[in-house]
Design a protein around this ligand. Structure first.
Ligand code: SF4
Length: 342
């Protein structure tokens, strides 16, 4: 599979301003050097607690917010360098499904009106009759009845609104969709229906997804690979089966310990993390996870681990693994750190 999307050293810093003259007194490092490849046709799950930067990654890729620096290539073309007309074309190829579709739907326009406006704006059908046919087709694709085209957003349930959000994303026939916590606001019983629908649509229309969630259980069945984020960085990325069976980073292990196992004979010990996620405006020294890590060592407070590959494509950012130790780093006692861990 070739890469549809390549993200390199993506950063998004938000300035902290204070005082009468709004002087910049610091920066919130929401995304701090993220590298990702997303293969054509795959689902990459992106998981982490609230405030870890995952939504900012999704929006920076789409340039809904401008990244501070870094490169985003879609089908080999640099997205961050595109002008308005190229971006308008790209908006058709790359779409987003929001957590709360209601806030992004115009309450005064019917669902049919909203979908036909998009189809006409992008000149995707020749005449009104074809536009209306396409609206009906889109509603059918997402499992909504044709007469719903005449309804307004407030007349739908949460699950139905999310289906409308999906229909809106599909209306421009995209190749890539950022699914930004698409089921977090829904009842558990509805969540699996929406996830199944997204899976079916992916197969039918050869879609590629970046699926953002704060819970590893949500992305387990839909993801081919999963990346875990903490304080603006990827701390682990692996094939989904491998990550769930063999989580290496202590943060992933803690997130996974909160996922219930359906088989009562198998048990997973719950790892409760101490404290809250530190502020991205004031990052900890060394490994950013060290103030909460159950396996913290003295060296973790001074050495920032790199994202290292164990040779199988399973990458981890943790000094417990030699591949994550930066070249030339030494222990607190001055000995080479790599040799000490090997
Ligand atoms: Fe924990 Fe140290 Fe690994 Fe960071 S580097 S995750 S603090 S063991």
């Amino acid at each position: 599979m070739d890469n549809l999307l390549e993200v390199r050293d993506l950063r998004k810093f938000f300035p902290i301003k204070k005082g009468l003259f709004s002087q910049t007194v610091g920066q919130v490092k929401a995304v701090n050097g993220v590298n990702l490849d997303i293969k054509r046709g795959e689902t990459l799950g992106l998981v982490g607690e609230s405030g870890c930067g995952k939504t900012t990654v999704g929006r920076s890729i789409l340039r809904l917010i401008e990244p501070t620096s870094g490169s985003v290539k879609f089908e080999g073309k640099e997205v961050t360098a595109m002008g308005p007309s190229e971006m308008r074309h790209l908006r058709r190829e790359m779409q987003i499904i929001f957590q709360d579709p209601y806030s992004s739907l115009n309450p005064r326009i019917t669902v049919g009106g909203m979908l036909s406006e998009i189809i006409k704006f992008h000149k995707l059908r020749k005449n009104d009759e074809e536009v209306q046919k396409r609206v009906q087709e889109l509603l059918d694709i997402v499992g909504l009845r044709p007469e719903y085209a005449r309804r307004y957003p407030h007349e739908f349930s949460g699950g139905q609104r999310q289906r409308i959000g999906i229909a809106r994303a599909l209306s421009v026939e995209p190749k890539f969709i950022v699914c930004d916590e698409p089921v977090s606001a829904l009842d558990v019983s509805i969540q699996s229906q929406v996830i199944n629908l997204l899976g079916d649509l992916q197969r039918e229309f050869a879609l590629t997804y970046l699926f953002i969630a704060h819970d590893l259980s949500v992305v387990e069945h839909i993801s081919d690979r999963v990346a875990v984020m903490y304080l603006g960085e990827i701390v682990e990325l692996a094939d989904a089966k491998d990550l769930y069976a063999n989580p290496k980073h202590p943060y992933t292990q803690a997130l996974l310990s909160a996922v219930p196992i359906p088989d009562p004979r198998r048990r997973r010990e719950r790892i409760v993390l101490a404290g809250d996620v530190p502020s991205p405006a004031n990052l900890p020294s060394g490994c950013y996870f060290h103030p909460r890590c159950p396996k913290v060592m003295a060296d973790c407070k001074v050495t920032h681990p790199v994202l290292g590959d164990d040779g199988s494509g399973h990458v981890t950012r943790c000094l417990l693994y030699p591949e994550s130790i930066p070249a030339g780093s030494v222990t607190m006692n001055g000995a080479p750190l790599k040799q000490a861990r090997a």
